[in-house]
Design a protein around this ligand. Structure first.
Ligand SMILES: *[C@@H]1O[C@H](CO)[C@@H](O)[C@H](O)[C@H]1NC(C)=O
Ligand SMILES: *[C@@H]1O[C@H](CO)[C@@H](O)[C@H](O)[C@H]1NC(C)=O
Ligand SMILES: *[C@@H]1O[C@H](CO)[C@@H](O)[C@H](O)[C@H]1NC(C)=O
Ligand SMILES: *[C@@H]1O[C@H](CO)[C@@H](O)[C@H](O)[C@H]1NC(C)=O
Length: 338
């Protein structure tokens, strides 16, 4: 019988190694066994809060050319991407307070706090280790409509996790407005100058792969917006709200006196959300936060919407959200282009 090819390859790989020396990434030559052989394999693994991207398990074997090859990925080195939508303490019905629930630590690790140059706090949603979604209107707060995104970027400050406002903010490198802003899509992407270290306090939410926008679907919305007392709370709060009937919402806003009320941006790329039975609601400053839906199939949280119209404060019936699935192509292209 001829020599086993796998054994031959393994033998070649070890010819360079003395049996007594081991580099930092290798061991001494393993003992041979009867009726079997040794394969020379390595396995790439990701740090906590990151996972291997795509197919393959990170396992590579040493081939004839002394290079590492994976059966799925070939010679390409694997990539560790952030884990998304897996909060350490998923939001639950907790301590009830006026106008919402007080968020537990690490329940909404994707929640960003965006502070404008006139010190107004609004929301932003972390979707990777370097990008956030917020509204176009949030970006333009305290700027005139003719201001350019590159002029606005350095005036914004971003905070994640328990990072306090007296700590240095994360710098924003770039603001990218959705091409349909302001007419139809009130949305912007924020790129941070540096990737943020991820952990229990800062973790992105996943982008939706399924359509969760159907009447009655409950989502969790978090924010530092004004509560019932109209004071900005120090603590992150959240409410559970149901997706509303689209037609009723449109009729509601069409019937309203537009010269008196600030009207929401309603389009094919938005959906409406009602109030909770306890008349809890979002309010000024909550915009930019995610309508987060937990998919029971994979126990993962998805950013189904981004709150655009936060002027409801229990006085208006429907909050309006940008439907993330409808803008997914733009989000992915913009992030991929860097
Ligand atoms: C914003 O808040 C910071 C810290 O509280 C304060 O130092 C600064 O003067 C404020 N700026 C404006 C424009 O109010
Ligand atoms: C920005 O905010 C400051 C302080 O509230 C105000 O004086 C100024 O007029 C605002 N500018 C714009 C363009 O909104
Ligand atoms: C709409 O509101 C404006 C300002 O309050 C008022 O002058 C106008 O009469 C109202 N129009 C209708 C149709 O109610
Ligand atoms: C929105 O959707 C409706 C129905 O599908 C379609 O007739 C309309 O042209 C769409 N509007 C825009 C601006 O895409």
């Amino acid at each position: 019988m001829g020599e086993d090819p796998v054994l031959l390859i393994a033998g070649l790989a070890w010819t360079m190694l003395d049996t007594t020396t081991a580099t930092e990434w290798s061991c001494t030559k393993p003992a041979e066994i009867e009726h079997g052989y040794v394969e020379h394999l390595i396995q790439y693994r990701c740090n906590p809060h990151y996972r291997l991207r795509g197919a393959g398990d990170g396992m590579y074997r040493c081939d004839e050319d002394h290079t590492w090859v994976s059966s799925e990925a070939g010679r390409e080195v694997p990539v560790c991407e952030p884990v998304c939508g897996k909060p350490k303490n998923p939001p639950r019905q907790m301590q009830r307070i006026i106008g919402g629930l007080l968020a537990q630590k690490d329940s909404f690790p994707w929640q960003g706090r965006l502070v404008t140059r006139h010190n107004l706090t609004v929301g932003a949603t972390l979707i990777s280790d370097q990008w956030l979604l917020t509204t176009g209107r949030n970006v333009y707060l305290n700027h005139t409509a003719d201001a350019k995104p590159e002029e606005i970027a350095p005036t914004l400050q971003l905070f994640l996790g328990s990072q306090k406002q007296n700590q240095p903010a994360l710098d924003i490198e770039r603001v990218v407005l959705h091409p349909a802003y302001p007419e139809a899509v009130d949305l912007a992407l924020l790129k941070l100058k540096q990737k943020v270290p991820l952990g229990d306090e800062a973790m992105p939410i996943c982008l939706p792969q399924k359509d969760y926008v159907r009447p009655g679907q409950v989502g969790y919305v978090s924010g530092w917006g004004r509560g019932a007392t109209f004071a900005f709370p120090d603590m992150l709060k959240y409410v559970m709200l149901p997706v509303a009937e689209e037609e009723q919402c449109r009729q509601y806003y069409e019937a309203r006196n537009a010269s008196y009320w600030v009207q929401p941006t309603l389009s094919n790329d938005t959906f409406c959300v009602g109030m909770s039975e306890l008349r809890e609601d979002t309010c000024y400053g909550d915009a930019g936060g995610a309508f987060a839906v937990q998919d029971p199939d994979d126990d993962t949280w998805y950013a189904t919407g981004i709150l655009s119209y936060d002027k409801t404060c229990t006085a208006s019936k429907y909050g309006v959200y940008v439907d993330v699935r409808r803008v997914l192509a733009w989000v992915k292209e913009t992030v991929a282009a860097g």
